[in-house]
Design a binder for this molecule. Structure first.
Ligand code: DAH
Length: 343
């Protein structure tokens, strides 16, 4: 009996000594298993109790229980201490210095194409136009047919497009919005319609298969070419400055008659001739004309009573001129170093 008692007491000493060296939760758990686990050394000693006599057993049992409770108590006290320590270490390690400057880049900038669209639309809004829009996936009849561009017409070739089906395509121009507008609204009307258009052109420094146009349309009684010229002159001055002049060159568009191409004095040299305008002094920015009577009639508007003008502005070219951008591809690459400059 005294053998067992001795070995219990020496277990206790060994446990106390080992515990004093324990500094983390993993080591504490190891110690628990080593002494108190199923195969632990205290458990082994207690197994020996079976050989004791009936009188001895309660006496040794009492010591055994004391030793076990002692071990459990000081172990759990040590574990709480260790947990506290580990927690405070973790807090120290993960401390956040709120005074370090952040890496937040800030809000982005409006894209130069949207800036140009907004600037242009604002000018026309100021002249009493309202904004219109329509689908990019368009019926042939709106993009071509009702604009007097029947199948086989040569101007379909220059606007080689992406067909979805035989009569549905990606619109090649915003001019179809003239038809859509006149189908819905009757004159007097004044609209400006910005939007994306698509042509199967290869991408180079001045061409892109996706680009933007802004279509303008005015229909009322007694609208003349003089109104068109006056409106465009005002637009050019507002966008590029008081000294900007416009020049009209006769042209052909199937949906306007007469039709013109409109040049602005070069925004880079003011008209003297430079690299930007290729020595011309002028840069072509839009197409325009008086709405063809047949187009009015196609939309149920009496061409004997009403007349109108229309124009289509190339947004990319205007934006490039306005903000000094020399390659159209910069507008589509989404390079933040480029876009940041427009903040
Ligand atoms: N839609 C023409 C184009 O893409 C531009 C244009 C020309 C629009 C004359 C017009 C216009 O409204 O009257 O080339």
């Amino acid at each position: 009996m005294s053998d067992l008692k001795d070995s219990l007491l020496s277990q206790k000493e060994a446990f106390d000594a080992a515990l004093s060296k324990v500094t983390d939760s993993a080591a504490a758990e190891q110690l628990r298993v080593a002494f108190l686990g199923k195969k632990g050394s205290l458990t082994q000693v207690l197994r020996g109790m079976g050989q004791l006599s009936a009188e001895e057993r309660p006496l040794v049992g009492k010591v055994a229980n004391e030793v076990r409770s002692h071990m459990e108590e000081i172990l759990s006290a040590r574990i709480s201490e260790i947990k506290e320590l580990e927690k405070s270490h973790k807090l120290k390690r993960e401390v956040i210095d709120v005074t370090i400057p952040s890496s937040y880049e800030g809000a982005g900038a409006r894209h130069p194409l949207n800036m140009a669209i907004n600037e242009i639309c604002d000018i026309f809004l100021g002249l009493g136009y309202s904004i219109g829009e329509g689908p990019e996936v368009e019926y042939d009849k709106y993009n071509f047919e009702l604009l007097r561009i029947p199948e086989g017409h040569p101007s379909r070739d220059t606007q080689d497009t992406f067909y979805i089906t035989d009569n549905i395509l990606l619109r090649t121009q915003t001019s179809g919005l003239q038809i859509r507008t006149m189908e819905k609204q009757k004159p007097p009307l004044k609209v400006i319609c910005p939007g994306k258009v698509y042509r199967s052109d290869a991408l180079d420094s001045t061409h892109s298969p996706v680009f933007h146009q802004i279509e303008g349309l005015v229909v009322d009684k007694g609208v003349t070419m003089g109104d068109l010229v006056g409106s465009l002159q005002l637009f050019a001055k507002k966008l590029f400055g008081e000294n900007t002049k416009i020049r009209l060159r006769p042209h052909h568009f199937p949906f306007t008659e007469p039709s013109v191409e409109v040049d602005l004095t070069c925004w880079s040299c003011g008209g003297k001739g430079c690299r930007v305008c290729k020595g011309e002094g002028w840069i072509e920015v839009l197409g325009a004309g008086m709405v063809h009577p047949e187009v009015l009639e196609n939309c149920g508007i009496d061409s004997e009573v009403y007349s109108g003008f229309a124009f289509g502005i190339g947004v990319e070219r205007t934006a490039m001129g306005r903000y000094g951008i020399d390659d159209i591809r910069l507008l589509y690459e989404n390079d933040v170093r480029f876009l940041k400059q427009f903040k």
